[in-house]
Design a protein around this ligand. Sequence first.
Ligand code: ADP
Length: 531
Amino acid sequence: MFIPLTPIRFLHRAMDLFGSQTGVVCGSREFTYSEFGERCERLAGALKARGIGRGDRVAYLSFNTHKLLEGYYGVILAGAIIMPLNVRLALQELAAILEHAEAKMLLFENDFAPLVEKLRELCPSIRTYVSLGEPAEPAELTYDQLLATARRDERLDIMQVEENSIAEIFYTSGSTGTPKGVMLSHRSLYLHALAIMPYTGGLEPTVDLHTIPLFHANGWGAPQASTMMGARHVMVRRFEPGLVCSLIEKQRATHMSLVPAMANALINHPGLNNYDLSSLRVIMIGGAAASPELIARMERALGCRSVMAGYGLSETCPVLTVAVDKPFVHFDNEAERLRRRAMTGWAVPNVELRVVDLNGNDVAKDGSSIGELITRSDHVMEGYYNDPEGTAAAMSGSWFHTGDMAVWDGTGYVHIVDRKKEIIISGGENISSLEVERAIFAHEDVFECAVVAAPDDKWGEVPVAIVTRKPGSGLTAEILLAFLQDRLGRFKLPRQIEILDEPLPKTGTGKIRKLQLREPFWEGKAKRVQG
Ligand code: ADP
């Protein structure tokens, strides 16, 4: 029997099996799964009534709220594609993405109203603006009005869903510096949720704290897996250590995911000991490399023994590996257990991994030979939206190339040690060094520049720029930084700008030796990714 694979089946299951249970908690509001499902169906009806249909892109500029979570089901129930945008991007970056995606509708939180007002002129494809809070220009209506006026859509017949159609698009910085729209299908999202379910609570009653912004590859897969199992979604509007602690205590949260910078902020929160955090069962650390010290400190500070690394990319739904240490391996000592927990991990079900050299041959499984991590999996994206070349480059040889450099061992355990792609990961946010370089180049006094990652205790990595100015120019770091303010999201601004008068070091073919420029910042470090 063939039944299309789609996350909509998870929503139906939650409505049927867990209808009277609290499914979503958001600030002072709570919704049972019946109520949540009804709101999703209303949203679908409203979207259709406004002419949104098959394959249309519906963008969100929103923190983590129940309304965005409703979009994850309501938008795809209407046959459309949900496109949550990174709220930390600057005006020009958002405009470029919305224009590329030709989004038809933009739903935004009131915090972004001034920004959206400016977007209106730049994004002609957007026909309808909806404010997620109070009425605000340029929205023609609010989300509440949208739902109130809508006819609830009747339950969708799953057989009508085309499982390979696109459900979600996430724009990433991409290693080439041009934003890329990662297209994830209904089928991939369904299989991804099944694969990660054992790691995200499984059959145990689960309260899932949504600490990772949902605009990051669907908050690392949490919405679908949690809905499937009837877990309680607790929305964290914006990560703030005090808020997270109080929500853990109040909601008895069992699971959450953190990037290393969030984990650090949490364990250093002065009020940490005033909260009862004993409900926590599993904490996944991902988005950037973690360290054994961080894992140990997390376990101690939060009293939770299951703190483990997870690894993935937007392009892979995202989870590829989890560093869960049972039932495969027994560790000789505590240091080894922590080291493993902080490493990248083993492939989750549905995922094949290889670590290959430049000729595509597997490197030795000796824990020290380095190669690129490539994967073949049901979770790999369908491609980049409207970018066949970018898609072909990433998928060469029918395997998806992660651009991450790793070692592996005889048990299939992989560990990321470096990055091939020119990506800097700061506080879990990806920054394309090429994109920052392009913004710097736009200044007329810049002759050459290179942006590289430097290690940073708080953020993991930060971008630093090495710039050669044109002869006779009075360019300074301050002038350049002021120039970049409007062009780049704040997190992408170089933390240090070195202005030089001599040319940058080059290879024989004239390419700037970025690795050489990067090296002094990493002296004394064992790896070239911060963890
Ligand atoms: P996500 O939103 O899931 O972080 P991105 O596509 O933004 O996905 O970033 C993916 C990149 O983040 C990976 O290619 C890798 O370089 C880095 N990354 C993610 N998880 C880990 C990890 N556990 N260890 C090291 N690097 C990681």
